[in-house]
Design a protein around this ligand. Structure first.
Ligand SMILES: NC(=O)N[C@@H](CC(=O)O)C(=O)O
Ligand SMILES: [Zn+2]
Ligand SMILES: [Zn+2]
Length: 352
């Protein structure tokens, strides 16, 4: 049977949530990844170093026994984040990035930034203390077509931001368009980007063809096939500023299968396997290790992981639902198959 051994990968964009569901979510990522950048869009948002430290302790406590999975914490940027808070974050040693959500752009972004120029002091401190600014890159005007929000953000917001802060290290999160690929490729060395498995494997037909598919709904929304192709091309090209970030974003089944369903795709139970499938389809399995295990660590200035994981080309069924607190969650590919498996992976029993 064909196997593929990689330096253990890291996930540079992950939502773990909090409270009773933490232990149902963390173990999936801990089985695959060495570290993950943990998103701060909790309720209330993680706006201080103290809150991030307490959240980190809860994540560490929710790991499976013996796990060395390391949560790399982030701060949630608001209009009012003081430069001193950025200094505290940098001094903590456990906060690696600050997250910019334009207010209203996505799940739990109500406390996000209303105008990036209000954050210039905090942004200067982020650059000075060598943290990374992670960005959800979409404009939020309700009249703007949802399929255009990312591309408009690049010219209208991101280009001026990079010009104003010439030493700021930025990760444009979850790229979805050919325009974003071009923008990052042509951008400075201090600009990196993450790509999710759903945007490598699906296009906007997967949202609507044959019926509305709430479990394929995330933000930024899936785009056209030509955008997906541009993402595959860059991810498999070996370009060191494009790397893995799943954006696995758990929401309970009832919150997704709803007249107003939440945005977010839960991919953690098969995350690295999905990327292996995408790279395999492109005939580029040999490029997976750089994208998944090297480039993100290099960009963040962290050492690469010292251990390895092994995948095998062995189709595995994905359960229709998994336990999530006192309810259930529907993972990506639920009730279908994934072409690759982790050799030492054991799936939790099917919930229903
Ligand atoms: N991607 C999503 O659709 N949802 C994320 C938020 C985000 O990353 O934008 C979530 O927290 O649910
Ligand atoms: Zn986002
Ligand atoms: Zn996210």
């Amino acid at each position: 049977m064909e196997t593929l051994t990689l330096t253990r990968p890291d996930d540079w964009h992950l939502h773990l949530r909090d409270g009773v569901v933490l232990k149902d979510v963390v173990h999936w990522s801990a089985a695959r990844f060495g570290r993950a950048i943990i998103m701060p869009n909790l309720v209330p948002p993680v706006t201080t170093t103290e809150m991030a430290g307490a959240y980190r302790e809860r994540i560490l406590a929710a790991r499976p026994e013996g796990s060395a999975f390391e949560p790399l914490m982030t701060l949630y940027l608001t209009d009012n984040t003081p430069a001193e808070e950025i200094e505290r974050a940098a001094a903590s040693g456990f906060i690696h990035a600050v997250k910019l959500y334009p207010a209203g752009a996505t799940t739990n972004s109500d406390s996000g930034v209303t105008d990036i120029r209000r954050c210039d002091n905090a942004l200067a401190a982020i650059a000075e203390h060598d943290l990374t600014l992670c960005i959800h890159g979409e404009v939020t005007r309700p009249e703007t077509d949802i399929f255009d929000r990312e591309a408009i953000f690049l010219e209208e917001r991101l280009a001026p931001l990079l010009a104003r802060h010439t030493h700021l290290r930025v990760v444009l999160e979850h790229l979805t368009t050919a325009a974003a690929v071009d923008f990052v490729r042509q951008g400075p060395e201090r600009l990196g980007a993450t790509i999710t498995p759903q945007h490598l494997l699906m296009n906007r037909n997967d949202l609507l063809a044959g019926g509305v598919r709430p479990h394929h709904y995330c933000l930024p929304i899936l785009k056209r096939e030509r955008d997906r192709e541009a993402l595959i091309d860059i991810a498999t090209s070996g370009h060191p500023r494009f790397f893995l970030g799943t954006d696995s974003a758990p929401h309970a089944r009832h919150a997704k299968e709803n007249a107003c369903g939440c945005a977010g795709i839960f991919s953690a139970p098969l995350a690295i396997e999905l990327y292996a499938e995408a790279f395999d389809q492109a005939g580029a399995l040999g490029r997976l290790e750089g994208f998944a295990s090297h480039f993100g660590a290099d960009f963040y200035g962290l050492p690469r992981n010292g251990d390895r994981i092994t995948l095998q080309r062995q189709p595995r069924p994905i359960p229709k639902a998994l336990p999530y607190g006192d309810g259930h969650i529907v993972p990506l590919r639920a009730g279908e198959e994934i072409a690759w498996s982790l050799t030492d992976d054991t799936l939790a029993p099917e919930a229903s």
